[in-house]
Design a protein around this ligand. Structure first.
Ligand code: NCD
Length: 362
């Protein structure tokens, strides 16, 4: 595992002035993630490799000897889970991923119990904590804080990798990786993700999972992205500019029923009302006609998958859960495996895992 040395040669201002795609060279080393901060740092071969690695890990983990092997890989390392924004599923997913690799996890979930209360800056707090650990996995309400910490630490004597587990309204790259892994698996016998139509529904303005997944999908050929939302919650101009730059076909719509008929994947999302500027603002928007109800199952195609990053509220009726096309619970399990794969690649273990797999299960 080598730290990307070029990151310390840039000032914070210079790093910020780069286009998102250009930042990849500062977060990856030799085509492998060192930090995992933004969706734009992943290209097609990285996504293919991570998906394959997650599958090797998933199959290896089925036996006790396989679990012992995985659990020995990082039993000499420690991880800090710094989650200053509410989370239980992503937190536990990472926690379980660390455990599978033998990586010892410790957590900070409430910064009110730290010296931040004595006026310490969050940068100093995280830098202090980083001294005890070998990797930091962080979720924060502030956009760009994980990236800031990666840069801060790269200018210290002991840089360590940082994984962004959700940064404000901005990015959630590991959710997007698990979404891609779910799509790879769902379309395995249908020619893969290339050429598919992905329909995003719900709060596309403030949902960070949509921003990150939309970006990862630009790595595939001829994928059409359709954004279906009530006008105030329609996807941001920055996402559309990125699609236009990548010459990706997209459509905006407020006609849910029409859009889901053409979909290969329907990505439902929750109304992110925690970001409301004035209380109750979102509840005044009519979102009912953007909800997936049981009768919609008759309108979608036999291979179409229904996805959701969870937590779900009313945007998918629970009666839909029993349909095999509802894959949101599978996404959760895939999330754990892709996070194991990501951490293993960050620590340069992909080849060891693959060799073990070829020897014993291949
Ligand atoms: C998402 C998030 O935190 O952005 N949840 C998650 O990580 N599983 C989606 C959401 O909160 O709606």
């Amino acid at each position: 595992m080598r730290h990307p040395r070029n990151l310390m040669r840039l000032s914070w201002k210079e790093l910020q002035s780069l286009e998102l795609r250009e930042k990849a060279a500062y977060f990856n080393v030799n085509g492998n993630p060192y930090h995992c901060l933004i969706a734009q740092q992943f290209d097609r071969s990285m996504l293919d490799n991570l998906g394959r690695l997650a599958t090797c890990i998933r199959r290896t983990a089925k036996s006790k000897s396989g679990m012992r092997f995985l659990g020995s890989l990082l039993d000499h390392k420690r991880a800090m889970l710094y989650f200053s924004q509410p989370s239980s599923r992503t937190f536990l997913s990472f926690y379980a991923a660390c455990q599978i690799l033998g990586l010892k996890p410790a957590e900070v979930r409430d910064t009110r119990t730290s010296s931040e209360m004595k006026g310490e800056s969050p940068e100093d707090t995280v830098r202090t904590f980083s001294s005890y650990f070998d990797i930091i996995i962080m979720r924060t309400p502030q956009q760009g804080f994980a990236e800031k910490m990666a840069w801060v630490l790269s200018n210290t004597e002991r840089p360590i990798p940082i994984i962004n587990a959700g940064s404000g309204k901005d990015q959630h790259p590991t959710q997007a990786l698990l979404d891609i892994y779910t799509l790879q698996r769902s379309f395995e016998r249908l020619g893969g993700i290339d050429g598919k139509t992905v329909v995003f529904v719900g709060d596309l303005a403030r949902g960070r999972t949509v921003r990150s997944l939309s970006s990862l999908l630009t790595n595939y050929e001829q994928v059409r992205q359709v954004f279906v939302a009530p006008p105030p919650l329609q996807v941001g101009k920055d996402v559309l500019a990125q699609l236009a730059q990548a010459r990706v076909k997209y459509e905006l719509s407020d006609n849910f029923e029409e859009a889901i008929r053409q979909a290969d994947a329907i990505y439902m999302t929750r109304i992110q009302d925690e970001w409301d500027q004035t209380p109750g603002e979102s509840s005044r928007i009519d979102t009912d006609k953007f909800a997936f109800k049981k009768h919609h199952l008759d309108a979608i195609r036999p291979h179409t998958v229904i996805m959701h990053p969870l937590p779900r509220r009313t945007e998918i009726e629970t009666a839909v859960d029993a349909d095999p096309r509802a894959v949101y619970w599978r996404q959760v399990r895939n999330g754990m495996w892709i996070r194991v794969a990501l951490i293993a690649s960050v620590f340069g273990l992909a080849e060891v895992v693959r060799n073990n797999y070829d020897l014993n299960l291949g």
